[in-house]
Design a protein around this ligand. Structure first.
Ligand SMILES: [Zn+2]
Length: 123
């Protein structure tokens, strides 16, 4: 299990926090970025969207198949994962986990991906 904020392996004390209106599994170090989530809110995650966050005063919702859209767009543009990671200034391992649906990008990161690939990731 990797921390959803810093991407480091969580060795001990996994914390589930709520940040804005989403819940994330993070390491002890990153748990200070949010509130420890009540267990109930995890089960109540909506099905159609991954998370809702406020960004520039607009509510944005990440689409459920974001990882398929990213992978398809990147392959269509024949951009290697490593090149794509460089384009948006992220680690290749982060892109790899996002494309497998194992990591939900933050609004900020998803917007960078949208611009880099010319796709829409928000509803
Ligand atoms: Zn962390």
């Amino acid at each position: 299990m990797d921390c959803e904020i810093c991407g480091r392996k969580i060795h001990n004390n996994k914390s589930i926090i709520s940040l804005e209106r989403t819940t994330m599994q993070v390491c002890e170090n990153c748990s200070r970025f949010g509130k420890i989530a009540p267990k109930r809110s995890i089960a109540q995650k909506p099905k159609s969207v991954i998370y809702t966050q406020r960004s520039n005063d607009n509510e944005v919702e990440l689409v459920e198949d974001y990882f398929k859209l990213i992978q398809r767009a990147r392959n269509q543009k024949k951009i290697k994962m490593k090149e794509f990671a460089n384009m948006i200034n992220e680690r290749e391992s982060v892109i790899s986990r996002i494309e497998r649906g194992q990591l939900e990008p933050t609004v900020q990161l998803a917007k960078k991906i949208e611009r880099a690939l010319g796709i829409k990731l928000f509803e």
